[in-house]
Design a protein around this ligand. Sequence first.
Ligand code: CDP
Length: 242
Amino acid sequence: MAAGSAGRLAIAIWPCQSAPVLAKDSAPAAAQKALVIAVDGPAASGKGTIARALARHFGLPHMDTGLLYRQVALNLWRWGGDPGNEFEALRACHELGVDASDPELRSEPVSRIASAVSAYPGVRAALLERQQDFAGQPRGAVLDGRDIGTVIAPDADVKLFVTAAPEIRAKRRMGELLARGMPSHYDDVLLDIRARDGRDSHRDIAPLKPAEDAIVLDTTELDVDGAVAEAIRLVEERLAAA
Ligand code: CDP
């Protein structure tokens, strides 16, 4: 943790205490068996909302793993690094501190760069251990991303693959961006979502795809409350059957 200002240092500690989405479990080990829930899916499918709600419902810590890739992308962007150069992308992973409150993390350029750099094996390897450590906490955890059920936590107790039609996802992402003061055009957002789907699904390493034992939850016709209720029902059903 040598480099950076004191302000940077404060956010470079893992887990990041100021970022609830990355809050690691600090409670003492409970006697109960660990519960690990993997939530994967494409951009703006609702997986983040669902993962946060599941974490609240089951009293588990939650990690939004997309923030790791976004922070790498943001570092690279701010340094003027080349997303087409794996070596530069790897440098952006060094001593990665995640500031989940930084609005730039969710900007469209950063989303595009995150999708590009996440295809590099070195970048994925650099971020693997902290995700697996998080999943391995005594009480368990909820993690959301693209490869949680397939790579990060292949033994997760429950795996959800959350999806929705691209047009619906584009509308949801527009709403999110607007709420963050970043208005956007529907056609641009839809194009970006389709491009990211293509890159995330067709990369050689850890492509976006449902794990064989994942439950697919299509949220196209569901509002937030409906999607969350259905996710809780599916998890409880899977746990009861186990
Ligand atoms: O919120 P959204 O679904 O748009 O994206 P995100 O989950 O924040 O992830 C941003 C980008 O990081 C994705 O487009 C993926 O390319 C990449 N990512 C990944 O490769 N693996 C993960 N476990 C999480 C994100």
